[in-house]
Ligand binder design. Structure first.
Ligand SMILES: [Zn+2]
Length: 120
């Protein structure tokens, strides 16, 4: 029974490590067949960057920069790789219609001092 538990733990560990690199199946197989050694190998597996990126985009926590196509946080307003401003959906629409309060209160009939009054 101990051996079975050992294999299960190794398989789960391998799967967890593999999943973080987009290779859950490979990590699981390594854990099952090689036990702790497989877990170690899973640790040194090269991450499948494209798959990890796709997973991050699908989960909605990341997006790709439209300028340099690096993976960035979905809330980012400036790309941390290329430093460009990002188009943020939702801020394109102004909250208030373009009425400037200063312009609406300014009266065109402001009293002016006439030169005739100044002479008298
Ligand atoms: Zn960028």
């Amino acid at each position: 029974m101990t051996i079975v538990l050992f294999i299960v733990v190794s398989a789960v560990l391998g799967w967890m490590i593999g999943s973080s690199k987009g290779k859950g199946g490979a990590g699981l197989a390594l854990g099952i067949f090689l036990g702790p050694l497989g877990v170690l190998i899973a640790l040194f597996l090269k991450a499948d960057t494209q798959k990890v990126e796709a997973t991050a985009i699908q989960s909605g926590e990341s997006k790709k920069c439209p300028f340099c196509s690096e993976l960035i946080k979905v809330d980012a307003v400036v790309c941390r790789f290329c430093g460009r401003d990002l188009p943020v959906p939702g801020t394109a629409m102004p909250e208030a219609p373009g009425v400037d309060p200063e312009q609406s209160t300014a009266s065109p009939e402001a009293p002016t001092v006439s030169p005739e009054n100044a002479e008298m």
